[in-house]
Ligand binder design. Sequence first.
Ligand code: GDP
Length: 194
Amino acid sequence: APLRRAAYRLSVTQAGQLPADDGAEVAIAGRSNVGKSSTINTLTERRTLARVSRTPGRTQAINVFDLDPGQRLVDLPGYGYAKVPEALRRSWGPLLEQYLRQRGSLRGLILVMDIRHPYGPHDADLMAFAAGCGRPVHILLNKADKLSRGAAIREMTRLRRIPELQGMAMQLFSAQSGLGLDELHHRVANWLEP
Ligand code: GDP
């Protein structure tokens, strides 16, 4: 699996510092603590990668990982940190927006949510913006292991009825147990195809 060849490349705080906009990349986003780092770990089977994403100062950066030649995984800044000053929070917005609006090689966005409190205002904003830019969004309802199978399915069904989420790709996931990993692998491989 190509994702296993993931290697950290760089962290950027300005769009101009990103690698050349060629090939194909998949981005991953989520509110802090939903398990974005754990998802990167599970997806790449590389425990050290997510550590990069959690290094202080890099949680507000765009972290780029190389996969196969010409393929990248892009870890977008976490959002919704209660303790981050408003001024700093405001500064990620433009970076994220510029990235989502302009990045030619971006094939799709994986949006990680915690199934126990999914689709908060920040998630809704990001999703609406990404969709408005014509970006395919794939929603992971992470930590599904914390609910019974029945409760997890009920929650997914409820979310699918929300008008803004209708027709969105959405799946149960657990970065911890590996539930839903095949489905995610499939989606990512599909997006990265030349
Ligand atoms: P991030 O801030 O979004 O990068 O979140 P982390 O990956 O650091 O995870 C936040 C917390 O949630 C950690 O304590 C993880 O161990 C836990 N966590 C992440 N994914 C899962 C999951 O699928 N199931 C369970 N039970 N816990 C998880």
